[in-house]
Design a protein around this ligand. Structure first.
Ligand code: APR
Length: 292
């Protein structure tokens, strides 16, 4: 077998979406790891898809490299590109996708232990998932803080200023006010560390959806689940396989893993409706989509 394929165990090899749904129907501690791919059908670009991803549309800001726009030291010297991008990225309408609603259905079915999202669009909250079930691992736009005195500001304060193409400054000390999204070089929110170890050791099913698994430490989470915990990746392209930089630690189908890993290659929305169908939740799922 290729290094990143499951071992030739007939049970494991036949473990597909159907078998995963059958297994999941008996689970009550499902953990979800979500990325930008779950919001692209809401009109919010992801980061790395060639051509449409955010990082391929930053030429006009002549950055040293695309991800600099989210680097703290770059931001301190030149916050302009970030706020221009924030304005461009500001969701005109906060409309969750079927994938957000599938995660909400998991909660309604009392199966959702937690959804760890890398997204900053807050669409999990808007979809009606209880906030205690959500970990926004890369922060959120909902609040902002002054980089110098840590004074807190709300979304309205920031929104008004960025739509005037200005830079938000602290009313108290004139420092730059930055939204609470996690920049490269910043620690992840305390809530991430509070939840991650207990959740991933308790998880009896892991769904990884709409992420390239390129960013640590988030991408290492999938290695934290128990060996018997199935890991279902729903994504348009393979992610987290062993031919990726081993340092990222995002290892799916590790040759020694011998796990129930499934890679279902489809859009997120198609994948979750397949899953809902296999679980016998099709009517409830469609009703939920219509009701919102
Ligand atoms: N259906 C399925 N997969 C999709 C869809 C879709 N509709 N749209 C995009 N994808 C896939 C892409 O093929 C890609 O593999 O989702 C993945 C998105 O990957 P990225 O753009 O790298 O986004 P993400 O993994 O969330 O990035 C992680 O990088 O820049 C940082 O902090 C930022 O949280 C972000 C982190």
């Amino acid at each position: 077998t290729k290094p990143d394929q499951p071992a030739e165990d007939p049970v494991l090899k036949s473990f597909n979406l159907e078998a995963a749904a059958e297994y999941m129907s008996k689970c009550s501690n499902v953990v979800v790891m979500a990325g930008a791919g779950i919001s692209t059908s809401a009109g919010i670009p992801d980061f790395r898809s060639p051509g449409t991803g955010l990082y391929s549309q930053l030429e006009k800001y002549n950055l040293p490299f695309p991800e600099a726009v989210f680097h703290l030291d770059f931001f301190r010297t030149n916050p302009k590109p970030f706020f221009l991008l924030a304005k461009e990225l500001y969701p005109q309408k906060f409309t969750p996708t079927p994938t957000h609603y599938f995660i909400r259905l998991l909660e309604e079915k009392k199966k959702l232990l937690r959804v760890f999202t890398q997204n900053i669009d807050s669409l999990e909250r808007v979809a009606g998932i209880s906030t205690d079930k959500i970990v926004e691992a890369h922060g959120t736009f909902f609040t902002s803080h002054c980089l110098d005195c840590r004074e807190e500001y709300d979304l309205e304060f920031i929104k008004e200023i960025i739509f005037k193409d200005e830079i938000p400054h602290c009313k108290k000390c004139d420092g730059i006010v930055k939204p609470d999204i996690v920049f490269f070089g910043e620690k992840l929110p305390a809530r991430f560390n509070d939840c991650v170890h207990s959740d991933f050791s308790k998880a009896d099913f892991l769904i990884i959806i709409g992420t390239s698994l390129k960013v640590a430490p988030f991408n290492r989470l999938l290695t934290f689940v128990d060996k018997d915990c199935p890991r279902l990746l729903i994504n348009m392209e393979p992610a987290g396989n062993s031919n990726q930089d081993m340092g990222s630690g995002a290892l799916l189908y590790g040759k020694k893993a011998n796990r129930r890993d499934v890679f279902h290659q489809s859009t997120c929305d198609e994948g979750v409706s397949e899953l809902a169908k296999s679980l016998g939740w099709e009517d409830e799922f469609n009703k939920l989509l219509q009701s919102e």
